[in-house]
Design a protein around this ligand. Structure first.
Ligand code: NAI
Length: 331
């Protein structure tokens, strides 16, 4: 029996979490879910969107599945996601991006992986208001954090039979910060002679990705570029509803979809649970439950191939109809 923390999130979070918990239960795998609420809903009762009990639960269980949490724009509390990644030192954000059966997109054979540094860059939250009309955000890049994310990307490439790790920067303009990230990549790459190396500027990468994404394999990027590029790559395989993710540290891992809490479709039984389900499948592999991971993945792929689709993929099936169809396909 596995103990796993489940943060069911805001917006569509509770609906897609319910779907995924149900599918895993019906697959026959016994998981003791430790339900922990976080985000906008708990601020009033607990005074913080990320109570210590949530962090303690993840530290104890080592693994969490997390649905999206709302972050207010411009004012209000700091992002729970950013805080969680920082507090648990989940330094690697892994976003595999692969075409799904039955989901027609512009390109076939997209199969790339975005490895995003998760703790630094403009996301470090170091900002200052100089005067009423001027604000500064400070971009923090260290050699230590840059080398460990590059090493993670190369190790991932070796473990998963990948050929190339391409580093993405804007080192021609941000010569010091992105220059340090690039230099760290070059240092680490020396230890991986069997993996092809490549360097690209982020603007050129975006242009090439929309022309032909099959040119890329593993991408390693500082935090902000990683965030933006991984939404772009999500669009290449069918959109946010199918884009999975994981935040991995030395001690703990938190698996979550790329998308946010989608308040525009909250409570309408319309949300696509695929991104959270794919994240959960990766989580099952992480805890060495490969057979169950495969069983659920096969059921999902079969369901999509049969034409069951939620509205974001151009279909007309509700979250619950899609969930029931996957459960029927669990063989
Ligand atoms: P969003 O990803 O929530 O939504 C963007 C668009 O995609 C919306 O039209 C939405 O309906 C659609 N969409 C997203 N996921 C979907 C799904 N599973 N099924 C069907 N349609 C889906 O991005 P937005 O609107 O920018 O952010 C909403 C909130 O989520 C914000 O407060 C933001 O801070 C937060 N957020 C949280 C994240 C997390 O917890 N990891 C990640 C990204 C955003």
């Amino acid at each position: 029996m596995h103990n796993i923390t489940l943060i069911n999130g805001d917006g569509i979070g509770p609906e897609i979490s319910e779907s995924v918990v149900k599918i895993i239960k019906e697959s026959g795998l016994d998981i003791n879910w430790d339900f922990q609420s976080a985000g906008a809903d708990v601020i009033e009762s607990e005074g913080t969107p990320l109570p210590q009990r949530v962090l303690d639960s993840i530290k104890t269980n080592k693994v969490a599945l997390k649905a999206p949490v709302t972050t207010p724009i411009g004012k209000g509390f700091r992002s729970v996601n950013v805080q969680l990644r920082k507090d648990l030192d989940l330094y690697a954000n892994l976003r595999p991006c692969k075409n799904l059966p039955g989901v027609k997109t512009k390109f076939e054979n997209v199969d790339l992986v975005v490895v995003r540094e998760n703790t630094q860059d403009l996301y470090a939250g170091v900002e200052e208001q100089i005067d009423e009309n001027t604000a500064h955000s400070i971009k923090i890049i260290t050699r230590e954090a840059s080398e460990r994310i590059c090493r993670f990307a190369f190790d991932y490439a070796i473990k998963n039979g990948r050929q190339e790790v391409c580093v993405v920067t804007k080192a021609n303009i941000m010569k010091l910060s992105d220059g340090l990230f690039l230099d760290s990549y070059r240092n680490v790459a020396k230890d991986y002679p069997d993996i092809k190396q490549r360097e690209i500027l982020v603007d050129n990468l975006c242009m090439q990705l929309v022309q032909d994404p099959t040119r890329f394999d593993v991408l390693v990027l500082p935090n902000l570029y990683g965030d933006i590029v991984s939404d772009l790559t999500a669009g290449l395989i069918g959109g946010l509803g199918v884009a999975q993710g994981a935040n991995i540290g030395f001690d703990c891992a938190v698996f979550e979809p790329v998308h946010g809490s989608a308040p525009d479709i909250k409570g309408q039984n319309k949300a696509n649970p695929t991104a959270l389900l794919l994240s959960a499948i990766e989580m099952l592999k992480y805890i060495n439950e490969y057979d169950y991971a495969k069983k659920i993945e096969n059921a999902l792929f079969k369901t999509l191939s049969e034409g069951f689709k939620t509205a974001d993929l151009g279909g007309n099936h509700s979250t619950s109809e899609f969930t029931d169809a996957i459960i029927k396909n669990l063989l």
